[in-house]
Design a protein around this ligand. Sequence first.
Ligand code: CMC
Length: 388
Amino acid sequence: MQTKPIEMTLRPGLEGVPVTQSSICDIDGAKGNLSYRGYPIGDLTAQSSFLEITYLLIWGELPSPQQLRDFEGEVQMHRRMSFRVRDMMKCFPATGHPMDALQASAASLGLFYSRRAIDKPEYIYDAVVRLIAKIPTMVAAFQLIRKGQDPIQPRDDLAYSANFLYMLTEREPDPLAARILDRCLILHAEHSLNASTFSARVTASTLTDPYAVIASAVGTLAGPLHGGANEDVLAMLEEIGVPEKAGQYLDEAITNKRKIMGFGHREYRVKDPRASILQSLAEELFARFGKDEMYDVAQAVELEASKRLGAKGIYPNVDFYSGLVYRKLGIPRDLFTPVFAISRVAGWLAHWREQLGANRIFRPSQIYTGMKTRKWIPPEERNSSSVD
Ligand code: CMC
């Protein structure tokens, strides 16, 4: 068999290297357009629900009313978590990060549903339902457990996002708050081959179970260059304190080569369309429940950053305004990234299914830069020079 010569040019971060084909999500980074399965994100956020979008992303078409009712009903039935997972979570340190708790809890589902039948559509449907249903319950449960309380049971009369806020805050949420959270979940549900989705696809390509796929993606999302940036944005705004100090803060950060959190994106050269929608959701919430004092600082940072970084195509990304929305919804800061994960599970599962449909295990190559063949040295002849 003749093999094609393999190009050995190093592309750090795989920038611009296509590694798969996908029909799930399309990004036009120059124009700032984003669509899921061909539907513009603005239309979906205004008119749809998170579960409907989950269905669209995973199965490729908007569900019929009956399909949606069935899917919502199944998800509702599987929202409860085993007492074993709850008891396991009680052993987690209360000071641990909720993303670590989520990663461990998601992975533990593989122990309970270990029969792997990824070639069966029923197995895929059940796994999707279970993960979409249980991830929010796990996030809310850890929040109560770390405060020394027992998690509360999901409420069957509440829809997906309202129920999550109820399990988290122990209060039935205002309908506007629940609707805005649902719209945030739609916005965060999918974004092509970002780091966590790539992790999900790499893990999926080994044909392991979907719980391992989601657990690996959660671990990847947690980093500050990815989903974890939403926590850091609020810390940055608070450090700046007042709008007048935004310019000075940015000058110092740029001089010292520090990244401005919530800015920049590998795909976008203009403002991330999700940031614009999140900003308007924040304003909707502020009009009803009062303004977050950091909003003026955020706007000043956006203005000053556009003067300094706009020429390089660095503008607010999805993480810039999401924290202000989540804080107004009563979500604690270290749960911002877990809330992102609740939503992104939909995209990860869509990619899991797509990967299984045309699988080839991911096994890239490397350019070796280490030593060539060396002679083994007996311990007594070695120097004690330090290693990194
Ligand atoms: N602040 C200041 N300069 C920046 C920023 C920023 N936030 N982002 C990129 N740059 C500069 C960077 O210093 C570099 O400049 P130069 O060419 O002069 O050395 C240039 O832009 C290219 O940066 P890069 O880091 O090589 O770009 P990338 O495509 O590898 O990184 C990124 C993309 C999102 C990791 C990066 O923009 C970043 O670190 N942003 C801050 C963290 C953040 O907000 N992450 C959330 C990303 S969006 C949602 C998500 O993925 O969850």
